[in-house]
Design a protein around this ligand. Structure first.
Ligand code: PGA
Length: 262
């Protein structure tokens, strides 16, 4: 049996869904019900669109379901039309921020901006969920260098004392929203590779602090294998996070795994 040294983390990335505040409330309440009230080892969070954050904070006063943001701007205030800052996110209960999602990268976000976002997140003591992942899996294994370059660039100046607030999400772009998830064996290989880079950038003890998630067509039916064989510490979930029952099943799969592994 694989060993687990980290608190599992399951994050639902709602992307630009659902269409209205009313629907967001309903989805959140349904997710809350599916996750249940029992004390769990697994941490659960959802990342709704910005306009819904403050209302959802009200629906989860105990923060049992944490709030995550899908993006952030590194400056804290000023003339930056259309941007959202960390102090704003904190003030509506956000505790973690997804950075460098491939859909943001495709919209033009650069490694340098991602670096600045990560720096700003650490200064404000929130958790950064840094997404890395290749576009394609080529035969020559160039995807390793893609992931390595993205990761080194994003985390290079993270203070060693704050590594518990660093989460890396391996999200191969070809697996996102396609139904075609990476094999558990490939996920495990990439997780070990990411840990090797983390150990190289910081030191070996960093591996115990930094969680590695997988994202890309995670569903209730593949979650178990991705955890046990893939040995990741949790998931970043898109499509399946919009179905409360499906999301709840994944959370409970992670929790059952957390309880059985040591
Ligand atoms: P998916 O998305 O679960 O729909 O593949 C994952 C993500 O984009 O984070």
């Amino acid at each position: 049996m694989a060993t687990k040294s980290h608190t599992p983390l399951i994050v639902g990335n709602w992307k630009m869904n659902p269409a209205t505040l009313g629907k967001a409330r309903k989805l959140f309440l349904d997710v809350r019900k599916e996750v249940g009230r029992k004390k769990m080892e697994t941490q659960v969070a959802v990342a709704p669109p910005f306009p819904f954050l403050s209302e959802l904070q009200r629906l989860s006063p105990s923060q049992r379901i944490g709030l995550s943001a899908q993006d952030v701007y590194f400056e804290s205030i000023g003339a930056h039309t259309g941007e959202v800052s960390l102090p704003m996110l904190r003030s509506v209960g956000v505790s973690s921020v997804i950075v460098g999602h491939s859909e943001r990268r495709a919209a033009g976000e650069s490694d340098e901006e991602i670096y600045k976002d990560v720096q700003a997140i650490f200064k404000s003591s929130l958790t950064a969920i840094v997404c890395v992942g290749e576009q394609v899996r080529d035969q020559h294994g160039n995807y390793f260098s893609v992931v390595e370059a993205q990761l080194r660039s994003a985390v290079r100046d993270v203070p060693k004392t704050k590594l518990k607030q660093l989460v890396v999400a391996y999200e191969p772009v070809w697996a996102i929203g396609t139904g075609d998830h990476a094999t558990p064996e490939d996920v495990q290989e990439m997780k070990l590779f990411i840990q090797k880079i983390i150990a190289d950038v910081f030191d070996r003890s960093a591996i115990k602090k930094v969680r590695v998630l997988y994202g890309g067509s995670v569903k209730a039916k593949n979650a178990q294998e991705l955890l046990t064989v893939g040995t990741v510490d949790g998931f970043l979930i898109g499509g399946a996070s919009l179905k409360a029952k499906e999301f709840g099943k994944i959370v409970h799969t992670a929790e059952a795994y957390a309880k059985t592994s040591v």
